[in-house]
Write a protein that binds this ligand. Sequence first.
Ligand SMILES: [Zn+2]
Length: 193
Amino acid sequence: MGKQYNKCPAVFLDRDGTLIYDKNYLSSPSQIKLYSYAAECINKLKKAGFKVIVVTNQSGIARGMFTIKDLDKIHKKFLDLLKEQGAVVDGIYFCPHIDEDKCKCRKPKIGMVVQGSKDFNIDLKKSYVVGDSIRDYLLGFNMGGKGILVLTGHGKKQQKKIIQEKIKPLAICRSLNQAANFIVRDNKNVKES
Ligand SMILES: [Zn+2]
């Protein structure tokens, strides 16, 4: 008991093309470049009461392009860069697989957010996913929460493919900056209604 009452919402953020510039299969810490607004957005969302958790598909591992050890170094650098700007994420989850592996974690499958919800006592129904791929907003839908597409990274190309999808994003935002503002407003409306 008790735990149910203290459940908090989260914003699950995609990494490449959402928080950092997309490099195809980023494999070295030196390739990481944060978007100028990344740290500020994380802090804005945390201030609004959300856990902020990064969920990233890293199929480059299954494809043999880099190792989990390389990814650890990349994430250490990523966290260091955010910290320099005064931002700390609550967690990072990655899927090392490809679709053919039929794992439970590759977005839009919900494995990573389910793990996050257990680790941080999160209410997925009140939570959001933001990313530059159709996989990201579908993850939001699949977890029973909300999904937002951003037009940075692969977002513009992905936007053209949405027409073929039965499920649409809750919102399409120019960047994480707009998405964070949208979420804070949307969450406020939910609380008040
Ligand atoms: Zn996986």
